[in-house]
Design a protein around this ligand. Structure first.
Ligand code: PRP
Length: 208
């Protein structure tokens, strides 16, 4: 599928297998979310723009390059929270903007409950962070919000996607690349990804 990047990195595949395991406790689950997020963000940021520069080393001048654009990490609450810290360590200059969305359990439509974006955009590249892309409603809503805000470039970094959600996201936001660790079989009647990993929010926060 165009603009969908599913990682085949052995570390990602190994960690994803542990993540899915029903026996994985919340502490290890959080660590795995953080580690997989870092690996996927590394792949998702491979095309960031650079400015050439030079630095003085102890022995002379060295050619170098520095990131040109300001990056915004945009976790979708709650489950996206666990993807922030690891990525932020790799790019400490990033800004973090939270968007609160929950899925209505009957309609499966996203409901917004938190958004404190300032009036004008302050970053050039936004990484939407949410481990699960199920119907795609939450990812679509987050990209809608960021586009209305004026974000120039948006990428979605998730962990597991259902084909239904990928198709929906592709049809509404074909310009937003999707970086994930797995494309699963289908959605259940209740809108859960099968086989998936259960509820990513509950498993991180021990609330299941
Ligand atoms: C889950 C998940 C996504 C959303 C995916 O969140 O973290 O945000 O559902 O579903 P969609 O693609 O069909 O929109 P949930 O509503 O369970 O909230 P939580 O993260 O606060 O637990």
């Amino acid at each position: 599928m165009e603009n969908v990047f599913c990682s085949s990195h052995p570390l990602v595949r190994h960690k994803l297998t542990k993540l899915r395991d029903i026996a994985t406790e919340p502490k290890r689950f959080r660590e795995l979310i953080r580690e997989i997020a870092m690996l996927l963000a590394y792949e998702a940021t491979a095309d960031l723009a650079l400015d050439r520069t030079e630095v003085q080393t102890p022995l002379g001048r060295a050619a170098g390059a520095l990131l040109r654009e300001k990056i915004g990490l945009v976790p979708i609450l709650r489950a996206g929270l666990g993807m922030v810290d690891g990525i932020w360590e790799m790019m400490p200059g990033a800004e973090v903007w939270h968007i609160g969305l929950y899925r209505d359990e009957h309609t499966l439509r996203p409901v917004q409950y938190y958004n404190k974006l300032p009036v004008d955009p302050t970053v050039q590249v936004c990484l939407i962070l949410d481990p699960m892309l199920a119907t795609g409603g939450s990812a679509i809503a987050a990209a809608d919000i960021l586009k209305r805000w004026g974000a120039q470039r948006i990428k979605f970094v998730g962990i597991i996607a259902a084909p239904e959600g990928l198709r929906a996201m592709r049809s509404v936001h074909p310009d937003v690349p999707i970086h994930i660790a797995a494309i699963d079989s289908h959605l259940s009647e209740n809108g859960f990804i099968v086989p998936g990993l259960g509820d990513a929010g509950d498993r991180q926060f021990g609330t299941g």
